[in-house]
Write a protein that binds this ligand. Sequence first.
Ligand SMILES: [Zn+2]
Length: 275
Amino acid sequence: MNVWSKQWSHQEAKVFQSTGYQYNATVLQTRDLILVVDPGLFPDDIQTIQRYVSEIADGRPLYVAFTHADWDHVMGAKGWHATPHSTPRMIGSIGMAQLTAKQERVEEGRKILRHLFYIDTPPLEFPELDVVVEKDGQTLHVGNTAITFYHAPGHTRESMMIVVDGLWVLGDYLSDIEFPFIFGDYDDYKQTLEKIDRILQHHTMEWAVPGHGSIIQSTQELMQRKEKDLQYLRQLKTIADDQQLMDMIQGYTFLYDNDLARNLHRENHRKVTNF
Ligand SMILES: [Zn+2]
């Protein structure tokens, strides 16, 4: 696991990046609270982050938020205690609250860890939400800390982005190692990318953490990644057959040369052609 830190005058963020999927878990501390977003993938990663949080908690309330409900983002829902007797508050979108077959999500994760990585997980639970984000741009105020949530459908229907001052947690968008995975709707995905400009009108961006891959540290890079993904989406629309699709994805090197990636591109293309 890799760990990166950034210090502001009023807050400090740490990103714990798993060796698996280059998955990013974010821990933010302000004077008012501790906020964990997407709380870990492998059991030992989750434990390390939980230990760190209980060490720094110092009586502050703990919030655990989920950008979306894909299995890798909800694996770490259990076992959070800032202090031995405190209860963390779980935050997710209305779309996440309304999902059916919730427990299947974590069961899927448990199976994948077992079969692909030979990792046994402790019992898992899909998070019960204490704070449900219903409105786009909804803000949670705790003392002087303001956490703003933006609906970000497209990758999945229930996805959201979370912004606290200069820190943005993006969920599975703008990764430098993954191409867009359109598990939701194509037009939603495009609109979510376009929305980034509007979010930028309301917040500064100093650190933007994608679900997987390296942290974005400048607006220029944010825009570059957004443009690249928009271009991918536009290109998908022009593709007529599988051969063209296979030619088009040559540039997506990291995940290109395997069946999983090829099939994900094909799924994306199917979303555009409405099969
Ligand atoms: Zn993910």
